[in-house]
Write a protein that binds this ligand. Structure first.
Ligand SMILES: *Cc1c(COP(=O)(O)O)cnc(C)c1O
Length: 460
């Protein structure tokens, strides 16, 4: 290798480190990491040259190292103004936290806290104590357990309760939620054997009954969070499942997806399954997310029978899936909003969903007036999204921007995404669409400034 004459033309590590543009990288990167970048770059070039490629010039090598150093030290997670109208947008971080929840998370993280410590007795305690009583009071459950997210909650329960046993699922509910969460795969990982019954569109209680045998551990209901089957359909109710399972001494496990505690029909939406309804129907364990319609931090919440919750808490996987202190703190304050009867005032996603159309229209009018010629207010639909309420659309007023001439819609969208703060909007066939419903009113001015600048107008 060393004998290859082409390698002799490559700059040395020290030569590159002395280059002025690389030397100033010390501002953002410690020397040892600059050396690593330089060495990696030279190794890549040697590979390239030995397979017949030509070496880049000295300047190009320096450029590449400088770019990598900037990329490596860039804080890429940044805030976004969500003008898409999708309220629970998984790619944009699902539910924003209330000011109080955020403050609790900060306090818990800033210094030490009573995460697993009982101040009165001066001894170790469980982190679950901070939320368990609240969850029981809100849902009517005997016990509760909180883990990292809902996918892990379901995996934990199946692993702890149904390993090497059978779990019955309707074919219409052996679904994929997105992001790789597929019920059949989760079953396989837990070593539970999935027994599918019925057909995609119809299942009856008799289908469940026929599938029960001495190896059956549970029936699992999964909420079809992100799609709707309509037409010739039949689904077995939770009450029927509970009645059957009691006759055969098996469990009813209920993955309701979004942990919605309020009645969504008040906002003209479809009913969303609520944990308290599943508890009163008699389900043994119920699973839901903390950061969907509940409006809290990422979490997987399990409520139900205390003997089962105890088994889950003692399972080794529970430790691997445990929730962190900032999330526990934010979740407890989010739950307090419900307990105080103030969820619609305090919880951001519920504030957005329940914002009256007149208020949205007023803001849309102001936006359009400010933006002038290419902007117009038209009727549209906001989407709840995020794996809840598949038919969940809410009437809204959007501002459609049809940029004239040189600034195309895509170019405008790109300009908004690269703006600081970034704005993400909906690109439709003939317009860029901005929905005030998913934008917090205090962000209006920043959004308008971004659109104006991206349209190529003078900044204000
Ligand atoms: C969203 C969803 C999940 C996954 O929840 P995460 O909190 O994202 O892990 C599981 N089941 C159902 C029915 C869902 O809607």
């Amino acid at each position: 290798m060393r004998g290859n004459p082409k390698f002799r033309q490559l700059p040395g590590v020290d030569e590159l480190l002395c280059d002025e543009r690389i030397a100033v990288l010390h501002d953002r990167l410690a020397r040892e990491f600059i050396v690593t970048l330089v060495r990696n770059r030279l190794a890549d070039i040697r590979n390239l040259v030995s397979t017949g490629g030509t070496s880049p010039s000295f300047e190009e090598i320096v450029d590449a190292i400088v770019t990598e150093a900037h990329d490596a030290t860039n804080v890429s997670l940044q805030p976004v103004i969500n003008a898409t109208g999708v309220i629970l947008h998984t790619n944009l971080g699902r539910s924003p936290l209330s000011a109080e929840a955020l403050q609790a998370a900060e306090l818990a993280s800033r210094g030490y806290c009573t995460l697993e410590f009982d101040l009165a007795r001066g001894r170790r305690d469980s982190r679950q104590t901070h939320v368990e009583r609240m969850l029981c009071l809100l849902t009517g459950a005997e016990a509760a357990l909180v883990v990292n997210n809902n996918a892990s909650a379901v995996l934990l329960a199946l692993s702890a309760l149904a390993r090497r046993k059978e779990v019955i699922v309707s074919r219409g509910q052996a679904v994929e939620i997105g992001g790789g969460f597929r019920i059949p795969d989760v079953m396989r990982e837990s070593r539970a054997r999935m027994v599918e019954i019925g057909t995609t569109n119809r299942s009856y209680i008799a289908d469940y009954e026929q599938a029960i045998n001495p190896r059956t551990a549970a029936v699992l209901r999964v909420h079809a969070s992100n799609f709707r089957i309509s037409g010739f359909t039949h689904l077995v109710s939770l009450e029927e499942m509970v009645e059957l399972s009691r006759q055969h001494d098996i469990m009813v496990l209920d993955d309701i997806g979004s942990g919605c505690l309020i009645d969504t029909t008040e906002f003209g939406l479809d009913p969303e399954p609520r944990p308290q309804d599943s508890i009163s129907a008699g389900a043994d364990l119920i699973f839901f997310s903390g950061d969907k319609l509940l409006g809290g931090p990422q979490a997987g919440i399990i409520v139900g029978r205390s003997d089962l919750i105890n088994k889950l808490a003692r399972h080794p996987l529970a430790r691997a899936m445990r929730i962190d202190k900032a999330s526990i703190a934010a979740l407890s304050v989010t739950l307090i909003h419900y307990l105080k009867g103030e969820p619609l005032q305090k919880i951001p996603v519920l504030r957005l969903i329940s914002a009256p159309l007149e208020e949205i229209e007023r803001r849309a009018d102001r936006w359009a007036k400010f933006l002038g010629e290419p902007a117009r207010v038209i009727a549209g639909h906001s989407v709840v999204g995020g794996g809840s309420l598949p038919g969940g659309i809410i009437p809204t007023r959007v501002v459609a921007v049809r940029p004239a001439g040189r600034v195309g819609i895509d170019k405008l969208a790109r300009g908004l995404r690269q703006h600081e703060p970034a704005v993400v909007a909906r690109v439709e066939k003939d317009a860029l669409v901005l929905d005030p419903r998913s934008v917090f009113p205090e962000q209006d001015d920043a959004l308008l400034k971004a659109v104006r600048e991206s349209l190529g107008r003078q900044p204000l």
